[in-house]
Ligand binder design. Structure first.
Ligand code: SF4
Length: 78
């Protein structure tokens, strides 16, 4: 029987890119707890290719200004 959750769930850094808990839960619900074989992060990680931190499960790149780190940078600059 195939695993229900993504086998990369303990190593994946998706939570570092998605600052909003609600948004993260949407990604996790669809991909991490279901269709992980369709996740672009999973596909790269499964072949040993480093996963870009800003890569979203659907293959799009998260806007750099929307990452939690960017928010911290702008808070420090203020
Ligand atoms: S984002 Fe992709 S690789 Fe990461 S835990 Fe979820 S399904 Fe797995």
């Amino acid at each position: 029987m195939a695993p229900r959750h993504c086998p990369k769930i303990t190593d994946c850094k998706l939570h570092r890119s998605i600052g909003m808990t609600a948004a993260l839960r949407v990604w996790q619900s669809f991909y991490c707890e279901g269709c992980f074989s369709r996740c672009e992060r999973f596909k790269l990680a499964s072949t040993g290719i480093p996963v870009p931190e800003r890569l979203l499960p659907n293959g799009r790149l998260l806007d750099a200004s929307a990452t939690p780190e960017a928010g911290q940078r702008s808070e420090r600059a203020a």
